[in-house]
Design a binder for this molecule. Structure first.
Ligand code: WT7
Length: 665
């Protein structure tokens, strides 16, 4: 952790611009003004359990009301609303049929080629019920794990909802992951079925999905899969295995459009979502039905100030947590109309986001800094794709997620997309937190570009030093959450020990949730700025990746002896991957080095997925190590940046190799 202390210096820059919430926005907001925010914080501070119990009763329809709010008897395996029963799909669908939203549009599907398909709440309900009955007809039941390996589609959302309806725990695997990554997740989850599509369409191209599922299942080691259910998206040619594979349209054909929801305990695992940590194997982050659903609904109201007339658009993929909380569950739990977008921001042109906002009169737009930065670049090159050419008058709120947003990108987003009238919510959270943690409230919080401002009411974030003691404002440290909250990770699937040691380390007293990020609070305002990960996790284009995962993929290549991966700051993607590689043979140079680097990149794409491809590969005879053999990553980070080495290298066993590692292949 100490290695990253220096990082904080970059963030103590004074940002003096402050943007007050527009009066008109604040007047109508769910949380209006800082006093309203402080009142909620005070309520949580006075009666923590009472606060959450009230919100859980107000925001969720319980089949069986809970009497116990927070059970800390087996900390850090906390239980929330433990004796209550509910169903997430009931709360997202049936509830909207009962409260007058039946004919309201739930999903506007914007296909890659611009085709639009709408589904009302009633239609979505019927689709999910048929899907759920179809799953049941294949013997899939409560407690089973189901892998969803799908592109962005109404069917993808329906698949998640159908699992929730029957009490099966879904685990969505992002469609960009390789067969090997998919295989590992299927095995770890012990899944009984995979729901996929024949192919996916992105940027005018069709890419395989079913073929990758076939490949994953052929890799071996999988004993639990009985069914592969295939949604026909493109009609492309795919192999079909009798008995195992079923078309979705055939599965749902003739099924009843009613399906009694399976009532589950609040702690029943709604989903497992794999994410990267500091070791080679991804962690199956397990979320509980009750707490997660409360968070999805509540943050739609608090952070997004959702109103019945809004058109909400979160551009994330359902393969990431953002697509779980703010596509598959949150918008539906509050009866909102949302866009589900299949395509990419640059097809058929880099104005696609702004064009789509105009086309569907989007009022709340939620995207990642990487996308904003790449669209800034694109509109610098081609003025025709600049947001000013598209009608943005429908917008009233903008959001940012996944990585720090730099003040320049924030200002561009504020001015050119939001016309200086839309607040921006810079939402800090993680796969493990289930939803927003530190974020402005658009009708209350004065905004400062580059700061995610203050924690949500009831969220007890703090910055501590390495012994767990609070540090004063203005001094960087480790971001922790001091009290459990409803939507927190419950455990790591199959690995409770790793859960405890990763998130509740003894060094910090064993009681604080360790986020894995560094942070600093402003001296005057107490506002938080996230300074980046303090572990070996990278954030490339808002995608989270473990350096160890990439390293083990590299050393899996027959020619590689050793590899170390570090992040390098990147103007567009936030961070980029730089790999230092030692071969079993002599260090290559010139064209040979280039050819081998290309081969290693393809190798990593095949092992993990294209998102994990190193941007740069550097070959050395060795890696910089201390005399005890520890790789000096701090030095590698300096080398990756191309900066001169100023630190003491006297403990370095082999200083001569530093020169070799300065050049990319
Ligand atoms: C990591 C979590 C948040 C859901 C999608 C990513 C970084 C996330 C912000 C932000 C600064 C951010 C952190 C965090 N991060 N949002 N607004 N400002 N950093 O979830 O894949 O679990 O990644 O993303 O480093 O730990 P994830």
């Amino acid at each position: 952790m100490a290695e990253n202390e220096t990082k904080h210096e970059e963030f103590t820059l004074q940002e003096s611009r402050v943007f007050q919430p527009p009066a008109e926005f604040a007047a109508k907001a769910a949380i209006s003004g800082m006093q309203a925010y402080e009142k909620l914080c005070a309520e949580a501070a006075t009666d923590y359990e009472g606060f959450w119990a009230r919100l859980a009763r107000e925001n969720i329809d319980w089949h069986k009301p809970f009497t116990s709010t927070l059970d800390e008897s087996n900390a850090p395996f906390y239980k929330w609303f433990g004796d209550g029963q509910l169903n997430a799909s009931y709360n997202c669908l049936d509830r909207n049929l009962a409260n007058g939203n039946a004919d309201k549009t739930a999903i506007i599907f914007e296909a890659d080629d611009g085709t639009v398909v709408r589904a009302s709440y009633r239609e979505l309900y019927e689709r999910v019920c048929k899907f759920a009955n179809g799953l049941k007809s294949r013997g899939i039941k409560k407690g089973d794990r189901v892998i969803i390996y799908m592109s962005m589609s109404i069917e993808g959302v329906a698949a998640m909802q159908a699992c929730a309806r029957i009490g099966a725990t879904h685990s969505v695997v992002f469609g960009g992951f390789s067969a090997k990554s998919l295989q590992e997740r299927i095995i770890d989850a012990g899944a009984v079925a995979v729901i996929t599509a024949d192919e996916q369409l992105r940027g005018g191209k069709s890419l395989p999905l079913k073929a990758i599922v076939d490949e994953a299942l052929a890799l071996g080691g999988i004993t639990t899969i009985r069914d592969v259910i295939v949604y026909k998206r493109t009609g492309g040619n795919i192999a079909f295995q009798e008995g195992r594979d079923t078309w979705l349209h055939e599965l749902v054909d003739g099924q009843s459009a009613e399906c009694e929801p399976e009532w589950v305990d609040a702690e029943h695992p709604l989903f497992i979502l794999y994410t990267s940590g500091s070791t080679g194997t991804p962690k199956g982050v397990q979320h509980a039905t009750g707490g997660f659903l409360l968070w999805a609904a509540l943050t739609m109201k608090w952070t997004f100030d959702i109103k019945p007339s809004d058109v909400f658009w979160c551009t994330a993929d359902i393969g990431w947590v953002t697509g779980h909380t703010y596509i598959a569950y949150g918008p539906l739990a509050v009866g909102a109309t949302q866009i589900v977008f299949e395509g990419v921001p640059t097809y058929p042109h880099a104005g696609r986001f702004w064009e789509t906002i105009a086309k569907h009169k989007v009022s709340i737009f939620y995207t990642a800094p990487t996308a904003i930065r790449s669209l800034i670049k694109a509109s610098d090159v081609d003025e025709k794709v600049h947001p000013k050419n598209f009608d943005r008058s429908s917008l009233r709120l903008l959001g940012s997620v996944g990585e720090p947003i730099n003040p320049e990108a924030w200002m561009w987003y504020y001015k050119n997309v939001g016309e200086e009238r839309c607040p921006i919510v810079d939402t800090f959270w993680q796969t493990e937190t289930g939803g927003h943690m530190i974020t402005p409230l658009p009708g209350a919080t004065p905004l400062v570009p580059g700061s995610c401002t203050l924690p949500l009411p009831g969220i007890m974030t703090a910055i501590v030093d390495e012994s767990g003691a609070d540090v004063p404002n203005g001094q960087g440290g480790i971001l922790v959450v001091k009290r459990p909250w409803p939507s927190m990770i419950r455990t790591i699937w199959n690995n409770p020990d790793r859960f405890r040691t990763s998130y509740f380390p003894e060094e910090l007293g064993g009681k604080y949730y360790l986020a894995g990020d560094g942070a600093i609070r402003n001296k005057d305002t107490g506002y938080f700025t996230i300074t980046g990960r303090i572990d070996d996790v990278l954030n490339v284009s808002g995608h989270r990746m473990g350096t160890m995962e990439i390293e083990s993929a590299l050393v899996g290549h027959p020619m590689v002896a050793e590899a170390a991966v570090v992040g390098k700051p990147d103007e567009t993607t936030g961070e980029s991957i730089c790999a230092f590689v030692v071969l079993k043979q002599a260090r290559p140079s010139g064209e040979d080095a280039k050819k081998l680097a290309a081969e290693l990149r393809t190798w990593v794409a095949k092992e993990i997925g294209p998102i994990a491809k190193p941007k740069e590969i550097r070959f050395g005879d060795n890696l910089p190590k201390t005399r005890s053999g520890k790789i000096m990553r701090r030095l590698l980070r300096v080398l990756a940046k191309g900066e001169a080495i100023t630190q003491d290298v006297s403990t370095l066993e082999n200083p001569a190799i530093l020169d070799q590692l300065k050049e990319s292949a």
